[in-house]
Design a protein around this ligand. Structure first.
Ligand code: GLA
Length: 417
């Protein structure tokens, strides 16, 4: 029997196919690529330090209808008018659009995979016509941009008969996204590609590995936009990259203190020496109120919380998971300094409303906050947040695009039509 979710997906697919035909002179698409966004339960700013995360794939996704062309041109249309059309040649060196342009995420994937194709088979890239749509809220820290990179990579690989195992595909997508200038880790692309229905994913890095952890029936996450934009290619990029730089400085100082000059990441030290020894060694190298020390402490302690949270989730101990999420939020606010007044207000409303745990999710600097709970109480909590947050701060905005309740959904895929 078809579930309502299947029926909704079929409806979306046929609307996307029809929109493709309208955009490309009646032509039918050859296939559809779909890549979900993600929520991160816990493990923030650990990935690029080589330490684990615990996200899940959302039911919300970027979807691309596409058909191969006989030349190397990529002809892009977006279903939403605010995203202007774009055309460029698929090659291993593609000129950037101005920062903030949606086409840069498509260019990121095409440039990277065109280079890979050339290096692995000597072949030049074949282009495609593509119509993009999606329902992941943008600039909200739910990986709408990585989902666009992943969906584009899937379309490119399908058109160019490039076949990669999922973990390799995820690593390539993470490398591809550096094109936009953010020094992110690999969480978002891996969560989108490897997502499994009903499961969170414990993801490890260097080397990339993913283990599904069942998320118990009846439990879910309420996700609410703080109404503060967290756009990766705009204001938040400099702040994000500054945090990455601070972690590199911390790793370099530890390398000197612990005589491991070539260890590149905080994770290398955590694995060899443990949190306490690392914090002590760094504390002797910098003043006690140093930002470098605060950032590194967050990273080391967050990795320990991820390990504990993974065990709690696997045991169905949602109370412990919730407590760890709230601790992670306090650390993100006080040590990593990536929260803000609107996110704080949401987290306070969540906890006052009975959530088991609450925190910002994603890079921070705005975007979404999440609350953990059972499905029915979360629905009541959502109604309360509508009244006390959105109806006060954004009375004219449609609520559907600002908040939702979600459980883990499936990962990215291509469907031939
Ligand atoms: C962004 C990056 C991820 C990760 C998070 C913070 O989403 O793309 O790689 O670093 O921020 O945890």
């Amino acid at each position: 029997m078809k579930t309502p979710a299947h029926l909704a997906a079929m409806h979306d697919d046929s609307a996307l196919r029809a929109a493709f035909a309208r955009a490309f002179g009646g032509r039918a698409p050859a296939a559809l690529a779909r890549a979900p966004g993600r929520i991160n339960l816990i493990g923030e700013h650990t990935d690029y330090n080589g330490l684990p995360v615990l996200p899940f794939a959302l039911p919300h996704a970027v979807r691309i209808a596409f058909a191969p062309r006989d030349d190397a041109r990529i002809v892009l249309r977006h279903a939403r008018e605010e995203h202007p059309p774009s055309e460029f040649i698929a090659s291993p060196a593609i000129e950037h659009d101005p920062p903030g342009s949606w086409a840069n995420y498509v260019k990121a994937a095409v440039e990277h995979f065109a280079r890979l194709l050339l290096e692995t088979s000597g072949a030049a890239a074949r282009g495609f016509d593509a119509l993009v749509d999606g329902d992941i809220p943008q600039a909200g820290g739910l990986s709408s941009s990585s989902a666009l990179v992943v969906a584009t990579a899937l379309a490119f690989c399908e058109v160019n008969a490039l076949s990669l195992p999922p973990l390799e595909l995820a690593s390539h997508c993470a490398a591809a996204e550096r094109y936009v200038g953010t020094q992110g880790g690999g969480m978002d692309q891996a969560a989108s590609i490897l997502g499994a229905p009903g499961c969170a994913l414990r993801i490890d890095f260097f080397p990339l590995a993913a283990t599904p952890v069942p998320f118990p029936e009846g439990w879910a996450v309420l996700a609410c936009h703080s109404l503060v934009r967290a756009a990766k290619t705009e204001e938040a990029r400099a702040e994000f990259n500054r945090r990455v730089g601070e972690c590199r400085v911390a790793a370099a100082l530890l390398g000197r203190a612990l005589d491991r000059p070539e260890a590149p990441r905080l994770g290398d030290f955590a694995k060899e020496f443990g949190t306490a020894a690392c914090v002590r060694a760094l504390g002797e190298a910098v003043p006690p109120d140093s930002k470098i020390l605060a950032r590194a402490r967050h990273v080391f302690e967050e990795a320990e919380r991820v390990a504990e949270a993974t065990r709690a989730l696997a045991a169905g101990d949602m109370r412990t998971l919730g407590r760890l999420m709230s601790d992670a939020h306090a650390s993100a606010r006080d040590l990593y300094e990536i929260s803000g007044p609107a996110l704080e207000e949401l987290v306070r409303l969540f906890l006052e409303g009975g959530a088991l745990g609450a925190r910002l999710t994603g890079a921070g600097f705005g975007g979404f906050a999440i609350a953990l709970g059972e499905e029915d109480p979360l629905a009541r909590l959502m109604a309360e947040v509508d009244d006390r947050f959105y109806r006060v701060r954004a009375p004219a905005r449609p609520l559907e695009e600002l908040r939702f309740i979600a459980r883990p959904a499936e990962g990215a895929r291509v469907v031939r039509v």
